[in-house]
Design a protein around this ligand. Structure first.
Ligand code: NAD
Length: 480
């Protein structure tokens, strides 16, 4: 049994109440560990530690802080296999995916922001002969970072690293559904020599532990990634306390496939954007709009390539589809499949829970599922399912495709497939999405602004945006 502990003031500690939550392995359905059921008392201790550590941490140069973050990055790299196995066991994702994407990206986050802080500069505004204004960017103080279960270490470090880089101290909470790699990270931070209190990791549920972070008056900013309903609740709590908020929320992303695209590339990448991580990536494209002349060809090729998506034990080398993260989430996705049938959808593939023989017999596995014949405005095509379920829909004009793509409350990402450069630019700029990919998907450059429009979020992460979020601008005006 893996007994996880909180990381507070540089120490690994048990929750004061002595209470723990079960940690379930999605691939087996069995309890394999315990998670501290932390509450306001643990959060208060973490904020106290962070507040005490703040003066010395912010007084270090960006280079000194950066050197520590780069050391953590190197330790993540050195522990790649151990972290990837832990992520796979905790989340249900294929080990191969954790090894190729989640853990390397967590190391990159620390490396990128560890070095980025050295290149962070502020502006000066000269009023010739009259005055000089210059902007100072102060670390905002103690900040809260709250992350979801789908890309556990990847998203956790995406928030923590920029906050630490600019001189903030952090109280962070991973999802209670996938806490394992955050716990291993606390061990690596101790090994790296991160000063006590600079980063504190408290484990527990959203309503008890997360809520206490959002409400704590000593926490000046909250960086949150998770569901739109939770984000709305957080905003309601944090706004009257005048906390700075970054909200990365849900998505219902479209793929727009035009007849002049490279069909083979469009299909292969659409398989990935539909089903990578069992469709549990906020950026997954779940509504695939295909120009009518190539609809049948795209559909045939898509269904054929789907057959190679082997479902199995996440630890097996040839597994492409692991388990969904929890039984509750599996049931939610199955309810959406039922809804898609009720709304008149024609099932092209999948739709059933899968029994994987052997140790995974009770795991939460689901076939990759494809529907067609659903209108763009039905619930299946409007609500975030966050699982391996996509719809195929033919369109006749560019205007129709853009209107349908923009027809949801969400606006996180979109993919356009075309060989017409003029159209690519035109369509990209008419989409209400924070991130638009052309002839690719999930191609990331950590310097770019990352975030959603509409109900997909408020604010942007990434590059300078993240460094600005965790700092407070102060203008100093000097009269000549
Ligand atoms: P969730 O909103 O249920 O939980 C996210 C985190 O918030 C967890 O750590 C949870 O414990 C915490 N939380 C819950 N209630 C809270 C409260 N009252 N106060 C403070 N914290 C609270 O989301 P989830 O189910 O873990 O993740 C899936 C969702 O995340 C999907 O909607 C997905 O689209 C979204 N997501 C968005 C992005 C993005 O970058 N936009 C990335 C990944 C996932």
């Amino acid at each position: 049994m893996l007994r996880i502990q909180n990381y507070i003031n540089g120490q690994l500690v048990a929750p004061q109440s002595g209470r723990y939550l079960d940690n379930i392995e999605p691939a087996t359905g069995h309890v394999y560990g315990e998670i501290p059921d932390s509450e306001a008392a643990e959060v208060a201790a973490a904020v106290l530690a962070a507040t005490s550590a703040l003066p010395a941490w912010r007084a270090l140069s960006a280079e000194e802080r950066g050197r520590l973050l780069v050391r953590i990055a190197a330790l993540i790299d050195a522990n790649l296999e151990r972290l990837a196995r832990a992520e796979s066991q905790d989340n249900g994702k294929p080990l191969s995916l954790a090894r190729a994407m989640d853990i390397p990206r967590a190391a990159s986050n620390f490396h990128f922001f560890g070095t980025a802080a050295e290149h962070f500069a502020s502006e000066a505004h000269m009023q010739e002969g009259v005055a000089l204004n210059y902007t100072v960017r102060h670390p905002i103080g103690v900040v809260g970072c709250i992350s979801p279960w789908n890309l556990p270490l990847y998203l956790f470090t995406w928030k923590i690293a920029p906050a630490l880089a600019v001189g903030c101290c952090v109280v962070a909470k991973p999802s209670e559904i996938t806490p394992a790699t955050a716990f291993l990270l606390s061990e690596l931070c101790i090994e790296a020599g991160l000063p006590p209190g600079v980063l504190n990791i408290v484990h527990g549920t959203g309503p008890a532990c997360g809520q206490a972070i959002v409400e704590h008056p000593g926490i000046k900013a909250i960086s949150f990634t998770g569901g739109t309903a939770t984000g709305r609740h957080l905003a309601r709590t944090a706004a009257p306390l005048f906390k700075k908020l970054s909200l990365e929320l849900g998505g219902k992303n479209p793929n727009l496939v035009f007849a002049d695209c490279d069909l083979a590339a469009a299909v292969a990448t659409s398989i990935r954007s539909s089903f990578a991580n069992q469709g549990q990536i906020c950026l997954c494209g779940s509504r695939i709009f295909i120009e009518r002349p190539i609809y049948d060809a795209f559909k045939a090729e898509f269904l054929q390539q789907l057959e190679a998506q082997k479902i199995g034990d996440p630890l097996a080398a040839d597994t492409k589809q692991g388990a969904l993260v929890s039984e509750a989430h599996l049931n939610k996705v199955l309810d959406y499949i039922k809804l898609a049938h009720e709304e008149g959808g024609h099932l092209l593939a999948g739709g059933q829970r899968v029994a994987v023989p052997g140790r995974c017999a009770s795991g939460y596995f689901l076939e990759p599922t494809v529907f067609e014949n659903l209108p763009h405005d039905c619930r299946t095509n409007q609500e975030e399912i966050f699982g391996p379920v996509v719809t195929l829909t033919p369109f006749d004009t560019e205007a129709e495709a853009v209107a349908w793509a923009n027809s949801t409350d969400y606006g996180l990402s979109a993919s356009i497939w075309t060989s017409n450069l003029t159209r690519a630019h035109r369509v990209a700029q008419s989409l209400h999405s924070g991130i638009v990919w052309v002839n690719t998907w999930l191609h990331r450059d950590l310097r770019t602004p990352f975030g959603g429009m509409k109900n997909s979020g408020v604010g942007r992460e990434g590059g300078l945006e993240a460094l600005r979020f965790f700092t407070e601008a102060q203008n100093v005006c000097v009269k000549f």
